[in-house]
Write a protein that binds this ligand. Structure first.
Ligand SMILES: [Cu+2]
Length: 179
């Protein structure tokens, strides 16, 4: 009995040290996961399922928001993140582009090339005028742009951000021209 009484404080000390050690490891693990989250490359695929926004009028006026938080490398069209936008051949598309990012420039270009995109990808418009002005420099945070083009030939196209390494970071969606 006497030896147990002596051993108990020692056991309590050990348990205390173990608790501190475990707490320390948990903190280190959480910090590590946090750092990993921020430095990990962004996914190439548009997140979530494929939302399709069908615009069937001869003239359409989509509002495109760029750089919403927390995922600044994405677009929001019709309240949807990087949706597939579908129009009919020959549709006159009048785009209202708004950069809602607080610190990054963004742009919008309709292209033929499908993902994945390299970091150095240079976006070339698939249709005459199918880009915001100065797509590489982009529209500054809080800025907006309006441009229009005719979605000529049926096919599958993509809309991307033309600022360097933004499309490769997941800033794109599908644009379908279909009767
Ligand atoms: Cu961008």
């Amino acid at each position: 009995m006497a030896s147990q009484t002596v051993a108990r404080p020692e056991l309590t000390k050990r348990r205390g040290a173990l608790g501190v050690g475990v707490a320390f490891l948990v903190v280190v693990l959480l910090v590590g996961v946090g750092i990993g989250y921020y430095v990990a490359p962004r996914s190439q695929a548009p997140p979530g399922g494929e939302d399709i926004l069908v615009l069937s009028d001869a003239t359409v006026h989509p509002s495109v928001l760029a750089g919403p938080m927390p995922d600044m490398f994405s677009f929001v069209v019709g309240g949807l993140k990087n949706p597939t936008v579908q129009v009919k051949p020959g549709t006159q598309v009048l785009v209202h582009f708004l950069n809602i990012d607080t610190d990054l420039p963004h742009s919008l270009v309709f292209v033929v090339q499908a993902p994945p995109y390299a970091a150095g990808f240079t976006a070339q418009p698939a249709f005459t005028g199918a880009e915001s002005a100065n797509p590489i420099a982009g529209v500054p945070p809080g800025g907006n742009a309006t441009f229009s083009f005719a979605a000529g030939q049926a096919g599958t196209y993509w809309y991307v951000c033309g600022v360097s390494a933004h499309a490769s970071s997941g800033m794109y969606g599908k644009f379908v021209v279909q009767a």
